[in-house]
Design a protein around this ligand. Sequence first.
Ligand code: HEM
Length: 98
Amino acid sequence: MFIALSTFTIANDMAAQVKEAFVNRPHLVDSAPGFVRMEVLSPQDNPAEIWLLTYWTDEDSYSVWYKNHMRESHQDVPKGLKLVPKSTKVRFFEHVGA
Ligand code: HEM
């Protein structure tokens, strides 16, 4: 299994709207080949931070989705959202155990 962790920090007062957008997310990714599941987390010590974990059967499935469908999955990102500069990071993981 392959996991992508995407993190970013919201700079303006739109954290609640961003979280709402994740609750109502478009679910387009759910039917992407190789998609397993996702989790959206926000740390208690910084509620403006979002941690988005997507689980895939393999890295190629993630890459194909990222290249071709990332844009349409983000069409409803709240307008006016500002991120802390350079706060956006994507890291990749192997799944070691559960
Ligand atoms: C710059 C940083 C990013 C921001 C601000 C952001 C924001 C959001 C928001 C607000 C949503 C909720 C759905 C919507 O409104 O469309 C969403 C969905 C999603 N994002 Fe991001 N995102 C970012 C980067 C990424 C990255 C790098 C990935 C890939 C690892 C990613 C993967 C996803 C996925 C899989 C969904 C769910 C889409 C669906 O349900 O089809 N995002 N994102």
